[in-house]
Design a protein around this ligand. Structure first.
Ligand SMILES: [Zn+2]
Length: 408
């Protein structure tokens, strides 16, 4: 069915407002609805976007499903007509919004393989307006496959992997532990929405409080993959942990129940094999949210292959596992009893840093009344935060001891 989900639009405009505050508004190009349309051709598709000023842009196609990605620096989508894709048989879905600070993205899902034949940003000198004109030409599947690859830097925030990245010295107790907190979702990816609350906001609030608590101890440095309502790709989250030389990566979520009636806190570590089906469902659900940005990253760690990597993974796996065990222990002490089997593993893409111990904490399930109530209650959050800080403290000591043993 050809609809732009209204909830998504709502979110995008909200996100836009949040992102816009942090940036200078002068650079913003606005959509001119009168000069904006899709036009189906017999063997292709004409896309016209009227803009209040010309902006740098780029355009490319990706497969599975066939998609056209348009990146702009930087567009306010508020004036995009809601029936923008209604007349077109060749575009089945449109998603758009702020993509990363300073950049906007539009993703059009195409009903058939088409590649970019021409793309140009025209300017009207007297008015100073811009007009993006893109012509897509229908091709067969093979041609589409050959000509539809993301540009090298399509992930922008994902640095190319280098072997020396894993040569980083692991912590040995002689310096503060660097913690990267990763509030899940953000921007056009809202995460779970339930009873007027959205996951992306709840986990951001929690991460801000946890960051403060960690810094207050004087024993930790804490950073966040996002401190505002921004979309960040899953590899982008890992990349920012690496950029800060993080010792530990903690992703924070509060998803909706995928199946069954789960409730309570769960700590996840990475596994190739899920420890149960609902854990795997959750992992695939979170990975899919990255599709919102138009780039599917499921095969992206091919380049991370190699013996060195496997060795680092093995060591990191054990360190992550110990961290998760301590989390479960300390959080249970702090908030009372946890659910049975509070430590699970699944193939979460965001936990795949080969060199940084990583865990994902589901703070609860928004679909559970009591969990949601906990999440919005400050005293409950601060109990959980106490537990997390204690767990990190004990982990740091044990981990440093293990590092010394390795060196001997
Ligand atoms: Zn989530």
């Amino acid at each position: 069915m050809k609809t732009i989900i209204s909830a998504l639009i709502f979110c995008i405009f909200q996100c836009w407002a949040a992102v816009g505050v942090a940036q200078e508004f002068g650079a913003l190009a606005r959509i001119d609805a009168n000069r904006t349309k899709l036009d189906d051709k017999l063997w292709g598709l004409q896309i016209d976007l009227g803009l209040s000023q010309p902006v740098p842009f780029r355009v490319y196609t990706l497969g599975e499903p066939y998609r056209l990605i348009l990146d702009f620096k930087q567009v306010d989508w508020a004036q995009l007509p809601s029936d923008f894709i209604e007349e077109s048989e060749k575009v089945t879905d449109a998603r758009f919004g702020a993509f990363r600070p300073g950049w906007s993205r539009m993703v059009l899902t195409l009903s058939e393989p088409m590649i970019v034949k021409t793309a140009e940003m025209g300017t009207e000198n007297s008015a100073g307006t811009g007009q993006l004109s893109v012509y897509l030409e229908q091709v067969n599947k093979q041609d589409f496959g050959e000509k539809s690859t993301p540009p090298n830097d399509a992930l922008w925030d994902l640095p190319a992997f280098k072997a020396d990245m894993i040569a980083k010295k692991r912590q040995d107790g002689t310096r503060p532990i660097i913690v990267m907190l990763d509030p899940g979702h953000g921007g056009l990816d809202t995460g779970a929405i339930y009873d007027g609350h959205s996951e992306k906001d709840l986990v951001l609030q929690f991460a801000l409080e946890l960051k403060e608590a960690l810094i207050r101890t004087g024993r930790f440095q804490a950073f966040m993959t996002r401190g505002v309502d921004d979309f960040i790709s899953l590899p982008g989250r890992i990349a920012s942990a690496r950029a800060q030389n993080a010792d530990v990566f903690i992703s924070l979520h509060a998803d909706a129940v995928v199946s069954g009636s789960a409730s309570g806190i769960t700590v996840y570590t990475l596994s190739n094999k899920a420890s149960n089906t609902s854990a795997e469902l959750l992992a695939s659900q979170l990975s899919r949210s990255d599709l919102l940005a138009g780039v599917d990253l499921t095969d992206q760690d091919d380049e991370l292959a190699g013996v060195l990597m496997d060795l680092a993974r093995l060591e990191t796996f054990e360190r992550s596992d110990m961290l998760a065990e301590m989390m479960v222990l300390e959080i249970a002490q702090s908030v009372g009893k946890l659910r049975s089997r509070p430590h699970l593993s699944a193939g979460f893409a965001v936990l795949k840093a080969p060199d940084i111990p990583s865990i994902l904490i589901e703070l609860g399930f928004m679909t559970n009344r009591r969990d949601l109530n906990n999440l919005i209650t400050q005293s409950w959050r601060s109990k959980v935060i106490d537990g997390i800080v204690l767990a990190l403290d004990s982990w740091a000591v044990e981990d440093a001891a293990a590092a010394k043993l390795l060196r001997q």
